[in-house]
Design a protein. Structure first.
Length: 425
C-alpha cells in the first residue's frame, strides 16, 4: 500500500510537469518526514554526497564529452558515407549503411539520441531521394539509434554497475555480442524488405578505399576503447579519458572539423547532460533510502520467493513493467528507479546479473521507440518534418518486434550475453 501510494504521488508530479529528479527527491524527503522524523532530514546531503562520491562516475561526463566532440566534429556523417560506398549496391544498401553507421557511432558516442540525430540528418534525405520507402527509412534510423545504449561504452551500463557493484568492464563486454546480433538482425530485415527495390551503382575499389582512409580514425575509436578494456590496458573509467583525448586529437588535428570556438557549446551540453543524470541519481537514491527504511525491497523479495511462482513468469512480468515505464519515462530514470528493487529479486531468482543487464537495456531500447514518449520517435520527427509520427511508429514496429525476439533468444541462450564477460579476467 505504501509503494502504491508513492507510485500515485510520483505519477501525479510527473503529469503536472515536475522534472524527474525533483519528483524523486520530493517523494524521498516527504517519505522521511512522514515515516521517520524531521531530524533524519540531516541525512539528505549525506545521501547526495555518497551517491556521487564514486570514482566510476567520473567516466559519465567524460563519455558525454567524447560524444559531443564526435557529434560536433561531424564524424557520424563520414561513417554514413563509408557505409554507403561499401554497401550501397546491396539490397537496401543505404539502409544497411545506416544501421552499420548507427552501430559504429553508437560505440563511439554511447548515446542513442546523438546517434539518431547524427546519422539520421544525413541518411534520411539521401534514402528518400533514392526512392526508399519512407516508413522503412525513418524506422531504420529510429531503431538504429537505440543501439547507443547497448553497444559499449554505455552510460546506462555505468549506472547499472554503480548501483549494483558489478564490474563495469564485464557489463560493457556483455553488450558486445547481443549488440552485434541485434545489428545483424536489423540488417537482415532491411535486406528482406528491400529485396525487389532498385539498387545503387556499385562503388569502385578506389572509391571504397578512399572512404575507408578518410574515416579510419573514427573507426579506430571503439576498437581502442573496447580493445583497451578487454586486454586490461586501462579500466572502463580510464577508457573514457583516453577516448576523450583521442576524439579531441582526431577532430582538431586530423579531420580539422572542430575549432576552439566550438568548445564552449560542447562543454555547456556536456555539463547540462551530466548534471541532469547526476540530479536524477541523487533523487533516486533519496527515494530508495525511504523504501529501504520501510523494507519495501525485502517485502517484494518475500512476495516473489514465497509465492512459489515460476521465475520465468516473474521475469515476463518484470519485462512488461519495464516496457510500460518506458512509455512514459526516459532510460536513466527507469534504471535508477527500478534497479535497486529489481536487482535483489533477480539474484534471488537465480538469474545472472550480468545477463539481466543486457535484458534490461534491450527493454530500454524498446522504450526509445515506444509511444507515447519514445525519445527517438520525436528526434526523428524533428529532423524529418515531412514524416508523420504515425509513419515513424509504423516504421519502427518491425524493429521493436526484433528486439522482443532478441530478449526471448537471450532467455533461451543466456550465453549470448555472458560468454564474453566470462572470458574477461
Amino acid at each position: 500500500m505504501i509503494l502504491a501510494g508513492f507510485a500515485l504521488f510520483i505519477i501525479f508530479l510527473l503529469v503536472i510537469g515536475m522534472p524527474v529528479a525533483f519528483t524523486l527527491s520530493i517523494a524521498g524527503i516527504l517519505g522521511i518526514i512522514q515515516f521517520i522524523d524531521m531530524s533524519t532530514l540531516s541525512q539528505v546531503p549525506v545521501i547526495a554526497y555518497k551517491t556521487l562520491d564514486s570514482y566510476v562516475l567520473t567516466s559519465v561526463p567524460l563519455y558525454i564529452l567524447m560524444s559531443q566532440i564526435m557529434l560536433t566534429g561531424k564524424v557520424g556523417s563520414g561513417l554514413f558515407e563509408l557505409g554507403s560506398k561499401w554497401m550501397g549496391h546491396l539490397p537496401g544498401g543505404l539502409g544497411i549503411a545506416t544501421i552499420f553507421a548507427c552501430a559504429i557511432f553508437a560505440a563511439i558516442s554511447g548515446s542513442s539520441v546523438a546517434t539518431a540525430v547524427t546519422i539520421g540528418a544525413m541518411a534520411i534525405p539521401e534514402m528518400l531521394k533514392r526512392g526508399y520507402d519512407r516508413k522503412l527509412v525513418v524506422g531504420s534510423v529510429a531503431a538504429g539509434g537505440t543501439l547507443g545504449i547497448l553497444i559499449p561504452p554505455s552510460i546506462p551500463m555505468i549506472l547499472y554497475g554503480t548501483i549494483t557493484d558489478e564490474s563495469v568492464g564485464k557489463l560493457f563486454m556483455s553488450g558486445v555480442v547481443p549488440g552485434a546480433l541485434l545489428t545483424l538482425a536489423f540488417v537482415a530485415y532491411i535486406v528482406i524488405a528491400s529485396w525487389n527495390k532498385p539498387r545503387e551503382e556499385k562503388a569502385s575499389t578506389e572509391e571504397k578505399m578512399k572512404a575507408l582512409r578518410d574515416n579510419i580514425w573514427g573507426l579506430l575509436l571503439p576498437v581502442i576503447i573496447i580493445g583497451g578494456i578487454y586486454t586490461g590496458v586501462f579500466t572502463p573509467t580510464e577508457a573514457a579519458a583516453v577516448g576523450t583525448i583521442y576524439a579531441l586529437v582526431i577532430t582538431f588535428f586530423v579531420y580539422r572539423s572542430l575549432s576552439v570556438s566550438d568548445m564552449p557549446g560542447i562543454l555547456r551540453s556536456t555539463i547540462k547532460t551530466s548534471c541532469m543524470i547526476f540530479a536524477i541519481m541523487v533523487g533516486a537514491m533519496l527515494f530508495g533510502y525511504i523504501l529501504t527504511v520501510l523494507q519495501v525491497p525485502q517485502a517484494l523479495m518475500s512476495l516473489v520467493t514465497e509465492g512459489h511462482m515460476n521465475r520465468w513468469v516473474i521475469l515476463i512480468g518484470i519485462n512488461i513493467v519495464l516496457l510500460i515505464l518506458g512509455c512514459v519515462l526516459e532510460t536513466v530514470s527507469i534504471i535508477l528507479i527500478t534497479l535497486p528493487m529489481l536487482y535483489p529479486i533477480i539474484k534471488a531468482l537465480g538469474f545472472d546479473p550480468i545477463w539481466f543487464n543486457v535484458v534490461l537495456l534491450i527493454n530500454m531500447e524498446l522504450a526509445l521507440i515506444t509511444p507515447p514518449v519514445g525519445m527517438n520517435l520525436f528526434v526523428i520527427k524533428g529532423i524529418s518534418e515531412d514524416s508523420s509520427i504515425q509513419d515513424i511508429i509504423a516504421g519502427s514496429a518491425p524493429f521493436a518486434f526484433i528486439m522482443v525476439l532478441e530478449i526471448a533468444l537471450l532467455c533461451f541462450f543466456p550465453g549470448i550475453a555472458t560468454w564474453l564477460p566470462s572470458v574477461l579476467k
